[in-house]
Design a protein around this ligand. Sequence first.
Ligand SMILES: [Zn+2]
Length: 326
Amino acid sequence: MAIKFENCMGSQPLTYVREVLSHFDFKKPPIPVEEISDFIGLKIKTVPNPKPNSAEAHELLTRVPCWLDREKHEIQLYERCPRKRKRLGIAHENNHYIIPYHEGLNPFCPEADDPTCRKHTEQEAFLGGAAMMFYPKLFFPDALSFDRIGIGAVEKLSDRYDGSIEATANWYIRTHPKICAVVIAQPFQRKAVQNGDPGTMKLGLDLRHSKRVKNPTPLARLPRKFADYGMNYPLEVKYAIRSHRFPKWIRSGVGIPETSLINQCYQADVRMSGEVPAGDLGSRSPFSYTAECLPFGVNGSRSVMVILTLPDKQQNFGFLTPTLGW
Ligand SMILES: [Zn+2]
């Protein structure tokens, strides 16, 4: 879409998705993202994957399912790529195309379906892409039809909307009117300690022998440069997404102690449910979340998806529903 006043409807990607999807009358999922490409004037051309003979090509091969060729009005889709990644990739490129001020961006976006991406325009295309695949008009009543918030609901929605478990969970939590969050935990990314021995602070305080080691919460809150806490914190938060009523900010990079249910799930490689103290995720608050943990793999590496909930003490939460009226 060209950058013209009549095309600009602000900087909220969902506005553009709503406008485009108002021309369709989808009654049930999965949403055919290719039909949307066709409607907005984009052809989809399946092309061979780039040869993995260089680091750059390998990066593209493993992380990007497609790219947008604006001059030809085409999405170039790599033939060897999982179907659900292709679908999210097409929806992502559709959004780059309909958001007017995305014109002129680098067509290759390695973080196309990575929620941790820091580029604002990629986040917009990612959010808009999710809104296309999980069209709120259909998705929202579906999400609320489950008795309880949890991984069972995410798995059913993932099947129904033909989206990956991770993308489905992210959108499910982001749009849910109740108090919930999803945390993706990954093995601790060990960083070299710049000053002195591992576990030793600049002032010579050896944290391995301090009382703080016995209490995981304060140590987990320390910046990484102060301590090598990989031994006691085998996992870390890769990222967390919250519903708008979830009260805590869960920071990426926070260490998760080995005593946590999340680590037990990772080690046993089976799904688990129970309680996760807020302190396991870097908070000083004394309460615990109800948690469901699912081990899963992304690009060959293992992670754990955790759905957190808190009891809802407010009634009539429908007033707070952000997507009511979609
Ligand atoms: Zn992109």
